[in-house]
Design a protein around this ligand. Sequence first.
Ligand code: GRF
Length: 208
Amino acid sequence: MLKLAVLVSGGGTNLQAIMDAIENGTIKDTRIEVVISNNRKAYALERAKNHNIPAECISPKSYETREDFNKALLAAIDSYNVDLIVLAGCLVAIPSIMVEKYRNRIINIHPSLIPSFCGKGFYGLHVHEAVLARGVKVTGATVHFVDDGTDTGPIILQKPVMIEQGDTPEVLQKRVMEQAEWIILPKAISLIAQGKVSVVDGKAVITD
Ligand code: GRF
C-alpha cells in the first residue's frame, strides 16, 4: 500500500483527480493518509473532508519564524508515516530539510512543459500568461520529483496541450488541467505505487 500526504493551497482539482482515480481503480494499492494546506480557506480541504480524509491547515502565519513553520510541517507529515508526498497545487516552498528526508519521494505537478515557463514566479495563471505572451503553439504539464531547486527535479511524466486561437490565460489553464494535469498526476502516482519509477543519474526512469 502506497501511503500519500497531499499538500495543497487552492481549489484542489488535482487532489480531486487523485481521489477519483483511487476510487475508480486507475490508481491501485494507494491511500491518501492526509491532506495538508497552508491556506485555511483552500477548497481542497473541503474536498478532503467530503471524502473522510484527514485534512489539516498548517499556516506559516501561525508561526514566529519560517523555520518554526518548516519544522511543524515536517513533523506533521512524519506523523502520518507516508511513502510519498504529492504537491498538488501547492504554493509553499518545500524546506530543504524535507527535500533531504524525503529525497525522490516528493512529486509536484507544474502547468507547463519544464524547463519552459517554470521557476520563481511561474505559478498558477502567471504560467499561462507567459505562455500566451511568448506565442508558443504547444504547452502542457509536467510531473517531476522535487529537489532543492524550483521546478528543477527529475521529470517523471509530461503531456502536451495545443494552444488555440483566442485562448485567454483562464481558458488555457482549464485546458491544461483537463487534458494534462488531471491525467499525468494520477498516472505518475500509479506508476510509483507499482514500483515502476526510479531515478538513475539524476533522471527519472520508468520501467514497464
Ligand atoms: C494548477 O494549475 C496546478 O498546476 C498548479 O496549481 C493550480 C491549481 O491546482 N500547481 P488545484 O486546482 O488546486 O489542484
